[in-house]
Design a protein around this ligand. Structure first.
Ligand code: PLP
Length: 381
C-alpha cells in the first residue's frame, strides 16, 4: 500500500540531496577527522563546512555550533551543563509544563540533586505567561529554558520577549528549537538566544545527529567526557556522515524557508477547514496565530485517538495521537493536560504534521478516511 506520511513532527524522511551528500563519508572518505593523513583531514574539512551551514541557518558563528547525537543530547547538555557550571551561583531553573521530555526529565533529574525547578503554566493556546515568568525569577535563578515551538500543538512562544526578560535579570536563556528550526525563521542574535537545541531528523537529515548552539563566552560542563573533539565541548569521534547530512539539510532549509512555510501552511489550513466542514464535534487544539506551519492537532469528540490511529494505519496513513514519545500510554499527554483539556477531549486528539511531499490530494484522502473512521467509531460507542 502507498504510505501517506503525516507524522513529520515525529521524524522526517532523509531527503535525496542529503543522502547523496552523505554516502561518500561512509565508504570513501571514512577517515577519522582527528587523523593527520589526507582522508582524515578531508573529513575534518567537510565537518567545518557543515558547521558553517548550520550556523548560517540560525545566524551564529560556526564556532558556536557543537554537534551532538540529537535533540535530546543537546537539551540534556544545556540543562545539566549549565546547572553544573553555575551551581555555586544558584540552584533555580525556570522551564514550562509543555517542554519535550528531554527537558522535563533533565530537570527532574536535577531536582533529585537539590535543584529547584519552576514549571510555568501555559494558557489554553499553549503560551507561557510573561508576567508569571518575571515573578518566578529569584536571585538563585541561573537558567530559563523555554521551547521555541511545541511539538504537539505547534504553539510558537514569544522568544524575543522571553530573552529580553532573561537578559534584564542577567539569566541565561536556552530554547529547545527542534521543531522550530527549518520551519520558521530563527535568528539567535536578533532573538537574543544564548543556547539552542536542534535535531537532524526533524528537518530531513538522519536520526542521531543534532547540534547545540552556545553563544561565545558561555561556559558549561560538558555532558560527554573523553577526547578533545568539538573543542573539548563534546567528546567522541564525530558522526561525520550525519554531520554532513545535517549541514546539507540546514542549507536546503535556509534556501527554501519561505516557500516551505507557505506550502505547509496551505496544507495545514486546508486540512483544518476540510475537517471542520465535514466532521461534527471537532476542536482545534492550540492556536491559529503563531502556529508551526505544518502542525494541525484536532480532537475528535467521543473518539479514542489510539483507536483512530490504528484505523488510519489500516489505510496506510501515518499520524500521531499526540507525541510519539507518549504513544502507547493511554493517559493524555502532559501538553494536552497543561492546556487544560478534559481527559476525554485529550484522548481524542490526532496530530497531523506535514512535509512538502504531501499534496492536496493526500489531504483529501486523509479527510475522507477520517470521516469514515470517525463515523464508524462513534456508531460503535
Ligand atoms: C524530537 C524532539 C526532541 C528530541 O530530539 P531527538 O533528536 O529525537 O533526540 C526534543 N525536543 C523537541 C521539541 C522535539 O520535537
Amino acid at each position: 500500500m502507498d504510505i501517506k506520511y503525516f507524522d513529520n513532527a515525529a521524524t522526517t524522511k532523509v531527503s535525496k540531496e542529503v543522502l547523496e551528500e552523505m554516502i561518500k563519508y561512509f565508504s570513501e572518505e571514512y577517515g577519522n577527522p582527528s587523523s593527520m593523513y589526507t582522508i582524515g583531514r578531508s573529513a575534518k574539512k567537510a565537518i567545518e563546512k557543515a558547521r558553517k551551514k548550520v550556523a548560517e541557518l540560525i545566524n551564529c558563528e560556526p564556532r558556536e555550533i557543537i554537534f551532538t547525537a540529537g535533540g535530546s543530547e543537546s537539551d540534556n547538555t544545556a540543562i545539566k551543563g549549565i546547572a553544573n557550571q553555575l551551581k555555586n551561583k544558584g540552584n533555580h531553573i525556570i522551564t514550562s509544563k509543555i517542554e519535550h521530555h528531554a527537558i522535563i526529565e533533565s530537570c527532574k533529574s536535577l531536582e533529585e540533586q537539590g535543584f529547584k525547578i519552576t514549571y510555568l503554566n501555559v494558557n489554553k493556546e499553549g503560551y507561557i505567561d510573561l508576567t508569571q515568568l518575571e515573578k518566578e525569577i529569584t536571585n538563585k535563578t541561573i537558567l530559563i529554558s523555554i521551547m521555541a515551538a511545541n511539538n504537539e500543538i505547534g504553539t510558537i512562544q514569544p522568544i524575543k520577549e522571553i530573552s529580553k526578560i532573561a537578559k534584564e535579570k542577567n539569566i541565561l536563556f536556552h530554547t529547545d528549537a527542534v521543531q522550530a528550526v527549518g520551519n520558521i525563521p530563527i535568528d539567535v542574535k536578533e532573538m537574543g538566544i544564548d543556547m539552542l537545541s536542534l535535531s537532524g531528523h526533524k528537518i530531513h537529515a538522519p536520526k542521531g545527529i543534532g547540534a547545540l548552539y552556545v553563544k561565545e563566552g558561555i561556559k558549561f560542563k560538558r555532558f560527554i567526557d573523553g577526547g578533545h573533539q568539538e573543542k573539548n565541548r563534546r567528546a567522541g569521534t564525530e558522526n561525520v556522515a550525519g554531520i554532513i547530512g545535517l549541514g546539507k539539510a540546514c542549507q536546503i532549509a535556509k534556501e527554501n524557508l519561505e516557500q516551505h512555510m507557505i506550502a505547509l501552511e496551505q496544507l495545514r489550513d486546508y486540512y483544518i477547514s476540510q475537517v471542520e466542514k465535514n466532521i461534527q464535534g471537532v476542536i482545534l487544539n492550540g492556536t491559529l496565530k503563531n502556529r508551526l506551519p505544518g502542525n494541525a492537532n484536532i480532537s475528535f469528540k467521543d473518539i479514542d485517538g489510539e483507536a483512530l490511529l490504528l484505523e488510519l494505519d489500516q489505510k496506510g496513513i501515518c499520524a500521531s495521537s499526540g507525541s510519539a514519545c507518549t504513544a502507547g500510554e493511554s493517559t493524555p499527554s502532559h501538553v494536552l493536560k497543561a492546556i487544560g483539556l478534559d481527559d476525554s477531549i485529550a484522548n481524542g486528539a490526532v496530530r497531523i504534521s506535514f512535509s512538502e511531499e504531501n499534496t492536496k490530494e493526500d489531504v483529501d484522502y486523509l479527510v475522507k478516511s477520517l470521516m469514515e473512521i470517525v463515523e464508524s467509531l462513534r456508531q460503535k460507542s
